[in-house]
Design a protein around this ligand. Structure first.
Ligand code: EZ4
Ligand code: CO
Length: 402
C-alpha cells in the first residue's frame, strides 16, 4: 500500500482551519487537522514544501516509522509549526488505518474504556454578575464541568472573555491587536469569583479556570492556595510552561490540581512535570503534540504517575482534531476530561462530523477511522482570512505573556 498524493485544504468558515488530506493507491484517504491559530500559513508551507514530497510513495500503514521520519529524521526538531505538521500527517495516517480495517479509531487504541467522555465548557462574562448568569446557563445545558473566566475590575482586557456573547474567539482579523494587563488586580479578584460560583451553584459542579500563562511561580502559588476552598477541578496554565521547575513552587504551596501544556508540542516539555508529579492533567492536544502516535506515549508515561489527560479543545482546533480526541479519550485508561467549545454552525457546512453532545458528555459513532469528512466544494466558499492572536502588555507598556 502506498501514499499517492497529499494536499492541504485551507478554509475559513467563521475562522481559519487547515486540513491535510492524504490519498492512497487503495482509494482510501485520511484527514488530519493542521490548524495553528494565527500561524496557519507557516504550517501550510512546511507541509507543502517539505513534508508532502517525502510522504509520496511511503506505506501509510507504517505510522510509527513515518512519525519517526518526520521527527527523529529531521535535524531541526520540535516547535509548534513543525509539530503541527507532524500531528496532521499522523492523524491522517491513523484515519487511513481505521478505514482500511473498517473500524473506528478507538478500536486501534485499545477499544472502549468508557462509553462517553466528560467535557467542560466555557462560561465567561464582562463582570461578576454576567459571569454568574453564564455559569447558570451552561449548567442548564447539562454540562457537569464549567471553566469560569470573568472580566476583572480595573483591567481593560482579560483572557477568555467574549466580545460577542455567543462565542469566544481570541484571534482578530489583521495584525495582532494589543491588550493590557495587571496581574495584581487579577489575583485579588479571582478568589472572589469562585467564592461566588460556589455560593450560587453549590459543590456539585466541576469548576475550572485558565490563568493563561500570566503568573510568576510565586503569584501562581498564591492563586492556587487561595482557590483551595473552592475545590477546582483544575487551575490551567498558572505559569508559562518553559520553566518546568516553576511548577515545583506551586506544588509546595497548594493542593489545587494543575493542568498545563496546550502550547507544548513534545514529551520533552513534560518530563520534569510528569516524573516529579508537579501536574495533574496533560493539556497538549493531538493537533499540536505530535498526533496519536506521540500522545499515546505521553499518556502512557503520565499514567504511571497517575496523571490524566485533559486535552485542549478550543474552537481553533478543527472538528477533525475533536473527533480524533474523542476516540483517544474513549480508549485510554487515564482520560480525565476534554475541553469542548462547540464550533459555530457554519463550520458544519464544511466538516461532516460524527460526534454528539448529550448531558455533559461527548460520544463518537462507529464510522471507520476518525469519521469526519470535509466537503471541499463547500470549503472553497470560505477562503482564508488573515487573523492573529493578540499581544499583551502590562499597563506601563512592558511586553508580557498573552
Ligand atoms: O487561548 O486556543 O484553554 N484554552 C485556551 C484557548 C487558547 C486559544 C489560542 O488559540 O487557552 O482559548
Ligand atoms: Co488554555
Amino acid at each position: 500500500m502506498k501514499i499517492t498524493n497529499a494536499k492541504v485544504i485551507v478554509c475559513s468558515p467563521g475562522r481559519n482551519f487547515v486540513t491535510l488530506k492524504i490519498y492512497t493507491d487503495q482509494g482510501v484517504y485520511g484527514l488530519g487537522d493542521a490548524t495553528l491559530n494565527g500561524m496557519e500559513k507557516a504550517v501550510v508551507s512546511y507541509l507543502e514544501d517539505y513534508c508532502i514530497p517525502s510522504l509520496i510513495g511511503k506505506d501509510p500503514r507504517n505510522t510509527e516509522d513515518i512519525w519517526q521520519y518526520f521527527y527523529r529524521g529531521v535535524y531541526w526538531r520540535r516547535g509548534a509549526v513543525s509539530m503541527t505538521a507532524v500531528s496532521a500527517i499522523d492523524m491522517a495516517l491513523w484515519d487511513i488505518k481505521g478505514k482500511m480495517l473498517n473500524t473506528p479509531l478507538y478500536n486501534l487504541l485499545g477499544g472502549k474504556s468508557r462509553e462517553k467522555v466528560m467535557v467542560y465548557c466555557h462560561a465567561n462574562g464582562k463582570d461578576l454578575s454576567e459571569t454568574m448568569e453564564k455559569v447558570g446557563s451552561e449548567i442548564n445545558k447539562g454540562f457537569k464541568a464549567v471553566r469560569v473566566q470573568s472580566g476583572v475590575p480595573g483591567i481593560e482586557h482579560t483572557y477568555g472573555v467574549s466580545k460577542d456573547s455567543k462565542f469566544y474567539e481570541p484571534a482578530h482579523k489583521g495584525l495582532p491587536h494589543e491588550e493590557s494587563w495587571e496581574t495584581s488586580k487579577y489575583l485579588n479578584f479571582v478568589p472572589t469569583l469562585f467564592k461566588k460560583v460556589r455560593e450560587l451553584y453549590g459543590d456539585n459542579i466541576h469548576l475550572l479556570h485558565d490563568a493563561h500563562h500570566r503568573c510568576s511561580p510565586i503569584e501562581a502559588s498564591r492563586l492556587a492556595q487561595e482557590l483551595e476552598p473552592y475545590h477546582l477541578f483544575w487551575l490551567e496554565d498558572p505559569v508559562s510552561g518553559e520553566l518546568q521547575e516553576g511548577l515545583r513552587l506551586i506544588r509546595q504551596h497548594s493542593t489545587t490540581p494543575i493542568a498545563i501544556g496546550e502550547v507544548f508540542n513534545s514529551i520533552y516539555d513534560y518530563t520534569t512535570l510528569i516524573t516529579e508529579q508537579l501536574i495533574d492533567y496533560i493539556r497538549m492536544p493531538l493537533v499540536h503534540g505530535g498526533g496519536i502516535t506521540h500522545l499515546l506515549k505521553v499518556a502512557a508515561m503520565a499514567s504511571v504517575y497517575q496523571i490524566n489527560t485533559g486535552f485542549h479543545g478550543a474552537t481553533d482546533l478543527s472538528p477533525v482534531n475533536l473527533a480524533a480526541a474523542i476516540h483517544f479519550n474513549t480508549a485510554v485508561n487515564n482520560f480525565g476530561i476534554q475541553e469542548y467549545m462547540p464550533h459555530q454552525e457554519i463550520v458544519n457546512e464544511v466538516f461532516k462530523t460524527n460526534y454528539r453532545f448529550d448531558d455533559g458528555f461527548l460520544t463518537i459513532d462507529d464510522s471507520p477511522g476518525i469519521g469526519v469528512d470535509i466537503d471541499e466544494k463547500a470549503a472553497l466558499k470560505f477562503p482564508y482570512s488573515m487573523a492573529r492572536l493578540p499581544v499583551n502588555r502590562k499597563t506601563d507598556g512592558t511586553m508580557f505573556n498573552w
